[in-house]
Ligand binder design. Sequence first.
Ligand SMILES: NC(=O)c1ccc[n+]([C@@H]2O[C@H](COP(=O)([O-])OP(=O)(O)OC[C@H]3O[C@@H](n4cnc5c(N)ncnc54)[C@H](OP(=O)(O)O)[C@@H]3O)[C@@H](O)[C@H]2O)c1
Length: 309
Amino acid sequence: MTAPADWDPRALPRLDGRTVVVTGGNAGIGYFVSEQLASAGARVVIAARSAEKARLAIDSIRSRFPEAELAHVPLDLTSLASVRAASERIAEFRPLHALVNNAGRVVASRRRLETEDGFELTVGGNFLGHFALTTLLFPALAADGRVVGLGSDSTRMVRLEPTKLWSEHRYGAFRAYAYSKHAVTGFQLELARRLAAAGDTRRSLLAHPGWATSAYAARRPGITDRDPWRGRFFETLTGWVGQGKDRGAWPVVRAVADPDAANGSYFGPRWELAGRPVPTRPVASAASREFGAWLWGDAEVKTGIRFPL
Ligand SMILES: NC(=O)c1ccc[n+]([C@@H]2O[C@H](COP(=O)([O-])OP(=O)(O)OC[C@H]3O[C@@H](n4cnc5c(N)ncnc54)[C@H](OP(=O)(O)O)[C@@H]3O)[C@@H](O)[C@H]2O)c1
């Protein structure tokens, strides 16, 4: 067994014969997660909105690893109809060995917007869309399969108030983003508790990338250089305290590929914003049993989909 701090993301175990789904695998951290897992032999299904960006991502990975097995399935997390359609297509790749719930609306709009189904857009996409996707794909997940959610340090900056999760009366862009990450954290940990209680061998884990930017990432033409100039300027200015998105992918890749990663584990960079992937801890409020149980019930009502656990 590797010591928790010594796991090397540049020396991955082989993943031949394993199938991994990466939401938002066509850009940012999700792209590098897909590239790194494909480099170790995993078949990667990129579930993403834009077919054009997915094609660029697939071409970029194949240019480095010609043998890579890659596919794109269209997915928009802000539409439950799209999530249902995508889950049917993704299930054709069963058994799935990992579902990486990476996609996220990171820079939320200044104005409160809603999903196709009428829920605040950031929490609706980042959390509820992934809740529905995970629920629908759960039967296709292998007995040793994993679900990995993307947490964030924003949960340490914004205090969780569950009754305000959906920003029905007051909305702030960063607050909505942080709430979406509280919800992702709460969901993954509640899933871990339910799997353990049911004696189910599948695992639920979390990872966060610290502060990860394209500006400081390894260059991938058409992928790391397509953010708008304002974003690139901001990243260049602030990104030196963090790391590139290629390294931001490491905690996620560890959650997928470390054979010793236990159900309920959370990985992040050693120096919080940057560094090698090591075990870390979630904020207590998002990790609480009360929040997890409430969130689960709320998500089942809002999606109309019952989780089979
Ligand atoms: N970067 C950081 O420092 C940081 C820190 C903490 C946590 N995170 C988390 O890491 C994850 C990836 O972040 P990133 O920095 O790589 O962001 P990014 O470069 O903006 O990429 C986000 C990805 O999510 C996809 N996406 C957004 N909304 C979607 C939707 N409704 N349906 C399907 N796909 C959607 C995007 O697809 P489109 O191209 O179609 O928009 C894109 O592929 C997010 O969950 C984020 O919260 C990032």
